[in-house]
Structures are given as structure tokens and as C-alpha cells.
Design a protein around this ligand. Sequence first.
Ligand code: NAD
Length: 331
Amino acid sequence: MQVAFFSTKSYDRTFFDRFNNGHSFTYFENKLDHRSVALASDHDAVCVFVNDVLDQPILEALAKSGIRLIALRCAGYNNVDLDAAKRLGIGVVRVPAYSPHAVAEHAVALILTLNRKTHKAYNRVREGNFSLERLEGFDLYGKTVGVVGTGKIGEVFAGILQGFGCRVLAYDPYPNAALESRGIAYVEKDTLLAQSDILSLHCPLTPETHHFIDEAALQKLKPGMMLINTSRGALIDTHAVVKALKDQRVGYLGIDVYEQEADFFFQDLSDSIIHDDLLMRLLTFPNVLITSHQGFFTEEALTQIAQITLANLSACEQGKYLDENTIVKPA
Ligand code: NAD
């Protein structure tokens, strides 16, 4: 297959070239949007990532230029208009699971860093400041951790936190029996909000979960709690969370994803003026830690992303869509 890759970074080229099994790749650094969509002509498929735009006009332009397949090299597909893809006869495949450990462990890294302030200690000690003032944390042991979404990543995350000796509570419309058998109780959303010392989001972004943490939810949180989001930015109403940080209802915020991340994440903008005042406001809080969507970024995950995407391309080329990876199969 002739595949146009969008939003490509050096690591994409490294891993996809390493495992390529006979397809022809064109790597574009541009994000897929209305300006770059013309680059896809003369290809059979596009390979895209989390912040590429696949709305109806772009899908129509892709269909017009002969694109038959969208291969997402990620799990989430909230950026694709699936109805439009179906109507236009474009297949959509993804990588539903690639090292859930990568993302779950990153969520734990955010928790430990916010709690024990290792990022601050690292800088202090390097500058000859050996003071412990303001580095105090808390024991994770015995704390209540709420997990929203107990699929592949949430399950691994819950297991790690149980290993720390935490009491783990869960919220998911489809309870996971494996977790229940390990003593994890499913509770209503309000109970989870009220009881969690740490709340970690691991559900997909859907119309139902959009702003799952909004002003009303923030009012119900345990004062001073820690909120972690490694899932999708729009699960949290960022304006509301800034207010909650200001009046200390939220004591710590760790996010690997941000509602407007598409304009910034994955790019080096260190010499640029950032015009997003909300992002800049978040960065002024001493108890906020932001990483730029790096939860997936481990060697194991990158290997699996490349291998599964390549298997998807090969299968689709032969008209054999792999059921577990297929979101839209053209009629
Ligand atoms: P999954 O499909 O295995 O699990 C998602 C779980 O969320 C399911 O159990 C589902 O029942 C539950 N869910 C659905 N609607 C819900 C709701 N309204 N309330 C609570 N739970 C709900 O997915 P996964 O592999 O565990 O991934 C979870 C999310 O992590 C993905 O959707 C993606 O957005 C995000 N992700 C982030 C990164 C990163 O690099 N930061 C990488 C991969 C995935």
C-alpha cells in the first residue's frame, strides 16, 4: 500500500521503517488538516495520530483523492467522524491496545512527582540547595484512589496502586470482573468523587464523557485531592479546574492531555509566543504538572504500535479487516 503518514516525528520513521513489510511510506511532518489534506493524493491510505483532524470535509477530500483507509496509530478515535467515513466507504482501523503499562505507569509517574516533588528536588540539589522546605509529600499507602474507566489501562493502573497499599475504587458502566475479584469495588460517580484522595481518568472521550470533570463534579471532590488525566483533554473542563485550583478544592493536577493540545503538543515551541492563556495560567500553579501526551512513549508501545498498524495495512490490502482493530469496515 502507498501510505501517507501525517504528524510524523523521527521516532515514527524509526519504528515504522524497522518493521515495514513491503508497504511504501511517505512521511509528512504536517498535521492532517484542511491545508495539508492535498498531500494525501496518490496514496491508498493515510496513517494518522491523536491530533490529526478527520472531520467530514477532510474525509470528503480524502475520498475524492482515492484514499480507502485510515490507519490510526493510536487507540482513541474521537478525532474521526465515523459516520462520514462509513458513508464515504473509507475503512478505519486502529491500535486498540499497545502496552497499557506505558500509559498506566506514566499516570503513576505524575502522581509520584506531584506528591514527592522530585522534579523540584532534582533542580534544587543541582544548584546546591539541600533544604527540604516545601518538599513534604504524603504516603500513598492507605489512600483512596478512584479509577474512572477500568479497561486495559485502568486495570493495570488499579493493580499498580493496589501494590502501593491503596484502597482502589472504580467507576465504569461496564464493570471488569477481574478487578472485582481483586477486591476493587465499583461505586457511583458521586461516591467516587467524594471519597477519592487521587482520581485518575482512563475512559475514552465520547459525547457522554465530555467534561466528565465539570464545575458540578469539582464541587463534589474531596478538598485538596489530586486529579490525574492521561486519557483525553476534554474529559476535564479546564476553565472550571483552574477555578478549583485557585480555591484549593483541587490540591494537585497532573495532566498528560489538554483540551487544546493540538496547537502545541509534540512541538518544540520554546522560542515562540504561546497565545493560549488558559494553558499559561495552568503553568503558573506550583501544584500542576503537565506532560505533552507522552504516556504512550515507551519502546514497547512504539514497537507494538508499528507492528499492529503494519498488520492492519497488510490485512486491509487483502480485503481482510482484522475484527479487533476495525472501527469502520467499508460495505
Ligand atoms: P479501553 O477501551 O480498554 O477502556 C476504556 C474503559 O472506559 C472501558 O472499560 C469502558 O467501559 C470505560 N468507559 C466508557 N465510558 C465510560 C464512562 N462514561 N464512564 C466511565 N468509564 C467509561 O481503553 P484503554 O486502552 O484503557 O484506553 C483508555 C483511554 O486512554 C483511551 O480512550 C485514550 O483516550 C487514552 N490513551 C492515552 C494515551 C496517552 O498517551 N496518554 C495512550 C493510549 C490511550
